[in-house]
Design a protein around this ligand. Structure first.
Ligand SMILES: *Cc1c(COP(=O)(O)O)cnc(C)c1O
Length: 368
């Protein structure tokens, strides 16, 4: 039997760039620049340049990035923020942490991205803004969402945790909305050796405010002007991320090549794939398909030594944690369909040709 194929294998990146990563970590240790500090700052600068915003404010993870963005926009108790029902739960946590209420909107049946028509239906006098998610690396319809937001005086924040380097109408994600929130969790398109995140923006006021929030609420040490958090990016993570950032364009190209091959060469009519509008450049963070009998397909792949997993088996509006909001099954039917039928195929930049071919062949010979 051939070698097992993992859904994602980070060891190959480490093996390829081991020396460089360890040297970067060594420099941080030698200078004991552990919390924030020059290596975290240097990464912020490089990441802002990569994304194309004036500022990038490194934080300790993507969830904190979303929390800080909501705080900087003045979201709080009594407010509502519209978020997609089908996303990783952290998109909604940032809203909840402020005391505000996430309002879940369904996705479109074709792109699986937040449905602008559903956003419009959810707007109330309490709505402050919208967080769109570039889910699986596919940009959401920013043009349509922004048009609705402007008409109602709402902000748009981008959750870019899965979409480093993706573009909407030629513009990088993270430059479109008021702020872009990124995660560098291991397995994201750009990842730390631990946890990390960043908020990108052009407005100096947001940058300054988030810099204070992440740093215990102070601009001057030991003078705390507001309730703050310990959300700083670690120096080691900044140093590692500065190394990885150089490789990100190459990784993105590989992801796009593999993604396009899956789209073209997996022809089994049992599968439905995410659609990718021509005004977007997706980065294939996750390659998700839907299959009628999902669990059966996952078992079939596992038997052949291929690991698949699920993103995500329970939509946010039906999570127990949000039971208090009173959503019912049937409230977001497209998100619920996805949760019940989604499967994520192996995709990572270091996949070998024979692995890509084997995944395609196995998908095509699956009989259901
Ligand atoms: C990973 C992720 C987050 C959270 O990032 P962490 O760094 O894990 O806190 C938020 N939103 C989406 C869509 C994600 O995929």
């Amino acid at each position: 039997m051939s070698e097992p194929i993992k859904r994602i294998d980070l060891t190959r990146d480490y093996e390829a760039h081991r020396e460089e990563y360890l040297e970067a970590i060594e420099r941080v240790c030698a200078q004991t620049a552990f919390s924030g500090g020059k290596y975290a700052d240097a990464f912020d600068e490089a990441f802002a340049a990569y994304v194309g915003t004036r500022y990038a404010c490194g934080v300790n993870n993507g969830t904190s990035a979303l929390h800080c963005a909501m705080l900087a926009l003045g979201v709080g108790k009594g407010d509502q923020v519209i978020v997609p029902a089908n996303t990783y739960i952290a998109t909604a946590w940032g809203v909840t942490y402020t005391g505000a209420e996430p309002v879940f909107a369904d996705c479109r049946a074709d792109t699986w991205e937040i449905d602008p028509g559903e956003i419009e239906k959810k707007i109330t006098s309490r709505t402050k803004g919208i967080i769109g998610v570039h889910l699986y690396g596919q940009p959401f319809d920013y043009g349509a969402v922004k048009e609705i937001a402007d008409r109602h005086g709402l902000f748009v924040v981008e959750d870019c945790a899965q979409a480093h380097g993706a573009r909407f109408e030629g513009r990088n994600v993270g430059t479109l909305g008021e702020m872009g929130c990124f995660s560098f969790y291991p397995g994201k398109n750009l990842y730390a050796f631990g946890e990390g995140g960043s908020v990108t923006c052009d407005k100096e006021a947001y940058y300054r405010h988030i810099t204070r929030l992440k740093n215990q609420g102070c601009d001057v040490r030991y003078y705390h002007d507001e309730v703050g958090y310990n959300y700083r990016l670690e120096g080691i993570q900044g140093a590692v991320l500065s190394v990885s950032l150089k490789y990100l364009p190459g990784w993105t190209k590989k992801r796009q090549e593999i993604g396009r091959r899956y789209l073209q060469e997996i022809t089994n009519p049992l599968f439905t794939m995410q659609s990718h509008p021509s005004n977007t450049e997706p980065v294939f963070h996750l390659f998700v398909v839907t299959v009628p009998h999902r669990d059966d397909f996952v078992a079939y792949m596992a038997q052949a030594g291929v690991e698949c997993n699920l993103h995500y088996p329970v939509p946010c509006h039906l999570q127990k944690a949000y039971g208090y909001l009173g959503y019912q099954k049937g409230d977001c039917p497209n998100a619920e369909y996805l949760a019940e039928h989604c499967v994520t195929l192996p995709l990572f930049p270091e996949m070998r040709e024979e692995e890509i071919c084997r995944v395609i062949e196995l998908c095509n010979s699956y009989q259901g």
